[in-house]
Design a protein around this ligand. Structure first.
Ligand code: PLP
Length: 441
């Protein structure tokens, strides 16, 4: 299957080309050229694999890898990436289910996409004759950087630079960003998240020139692991397809999904699963007080604005870039409204939802998941999946005072928090690639 740009000004690309570029040459985002509806035969075959997530994933993703150099590696990539459970938990006394996506190494759903992308890029890198490592840059305000660092650590063909705002992340987040050695280097930028993002963009605008390599190949040595990279989004389709089929098998009903949303990548994956013909009835985007998406649903006007800080900080996005993929899939707002809706949740409601989930469901939620739980309570139809994007122990400052006890840290996350840290402070505006070269020397 070929991938095309949302701006329709670029040549179609294969999956392995698209993940190397990150962004399409015309500045758009890569999306599948078509969404072939899953056949009855494939659905039947997928239903026999519901207890083997990696095999389920490889079968579902196969059409997207047709004629791609990575096609033969797809099963291996899936087995390696999905080495942790994805579970659909029942909630006692309610038909609502909770899709737990936080059993990976950094206890957030971003492990799914980051690990899949790392496995793909690693194999793409080793396939080229020239063995200089590829450089992957990521600007982060929290979960993305940790998931990417964990997924790429120890892969000799890939070198990673993680940039985060110095003093702008929680203590526990900072430990996950700085506990790396070898091919992963962390930079605490004296500035804000926006400065980090600007520095990554500057590196792309002025890629390093190395002797006789033609410009495009040189530029291709640099890529991004932010969610504009389709290599992170595509594997996320898998857990929506999987959970909808599991839910349907349990109850006979097609579930809607409520997705805690920031940059809207995760919600796009849900819409794509629906588009492929999986039984996802409806997609609800739950945002925090950054309400540009719900406002668009209400007014039809797209008005990006500076982000505001909330308790669900991984969703503090004022100009969600993946909406471009939503606009590419649907002709207009009315068209999309049949399949999706959005609601904003303020901080007091996030706190309420955490307390209520503990009382009524016996579950401790992270602040992001709490936005979805809060929205779910306002919806009709009993058949909903609440998507749990992170483990509550990642946000003890918010969660523990509300429930009045300590949330135990899962062993894989604990292992990261106990590692020694290494980080360099750099100025906002510094040349990241020069800093990386300096660390290497
Ligand atoms: C990144 C993140 C989100 C938002 O996901 P998007 O794909 O950017 O919408 C939600 N919850 C958590 C815990 C996250 O880390």
């Amino acid at each position: 299957m070929r991938l095309v740009s949302t701006r329709a000004g670029a040549e179609p690309a294969r999956f392995s080309e698209a993940i190397l570029r990150g962004l399409a040459p015309d500045g758009g985002l890569y999306v599948p050229e078509r969404f072939p509806r899953v056949s009855a035969a494939t659905l039947a075959a997928l239903r026999t694999r519901l207890d083997r997530f990696d095999a389920f994933a490889a079968l579902l993703l196969r059409p997207f890898f047709a004629r791609d150099p990575l096609a033969d590696d797809l099963q291996a990539i899936c087995s390696e990436a999905f080495d942790f459970p994805v579970t659909l938990a029942a909630v006692s006394g309610s038909p609502t289910a909770v899709l737990e996506l936080y059993h990976g190494p950094t206890a957030a759903f971003k492990d799914v996409g980051a690990r899949f992308l790392a496995g793909c890029l690693d194999r793409t890198g080793s396939a080229t004759p020239d063995t200089a490592p590829r450089t992957v840059l990521v600007a982060t305000s929290g979960d993305t950087g940790a998931a990417v660092a964990a997924a790429f650590h120890g892969r000799p063909h890939l070198e990673v630079g993680v940039l985060f705002p110095s003093g702008g992340v929680s203590l526990r987040q900072e430990r996950q960003l700085t506990c790396w050695d070898g091919n992963v280097r962390s930079f605490a930028v004296r500035g804000a998240f926006d400065d980090c993002q600007r520095m990554v963009k500057a590196a792309f605008a002025h890629p390093p020139r190395s002797g006789d390599e033609p410009g495009s190949a040189t530029a291709a040595r640099l890529t991004t692991a932010n969610s504009i990279n389709i290599g992170r989004l595509l594997p996320q389709v898998v857990y929506y397809a999987w959970s909808a089929l599991v839910y349907q098998e349990r109850t006979g009903e097609a579930p809607g999904v409520v997705v805690p949303s920031g940059n809207v990548g995760n919600a796009v994956a849900a819409l794509w699963a629906r588009q492929l013909g999986f039984p996802v009835r409806h997609v609800v985007l739950a945002t925090n007080a950054n309400r540009v998406v719900p406002d668009w649903f209400d007014t039809g006007e797209w008005r990006p604005r500076p982000s505001v800080r909330t308790l669900a900080n991984a969703m503090d996005v004022g100009d969600p870039s993946n909406m471009e993929r939503v606009f590419a899939l649907y002709a207009g707002r009315d068209d999309l409204r049949d399949h999706a809706s959005a609601a904003s949740v303020d901080d007091p409601s996030i706190r309420d939802a955490i307390v209520r989930a503990e009382e009524r469901w016996g579950r401790v939620l992270c602040p992001h998941t709490a936005t979805a739980a809060h929205v779910r309570e306002r919806l009709g139809s009993p058949h909903w999946i609440v998507v749990a994007t992170a483990h509550p122990s990642k946000f003890p400052e918010v969660v523990e005072p509300l429930i009045g006890r300590v949330v135990p840290v899962p062993p894989r996350l604990r292992a990261l928090l106990d590692r020694p840290t290494r980080v360099r402070e750099i100025d906002a505006g510094a040349d990241v690639l020069a800093e990386l070269a300096g660390e290497r020397a």
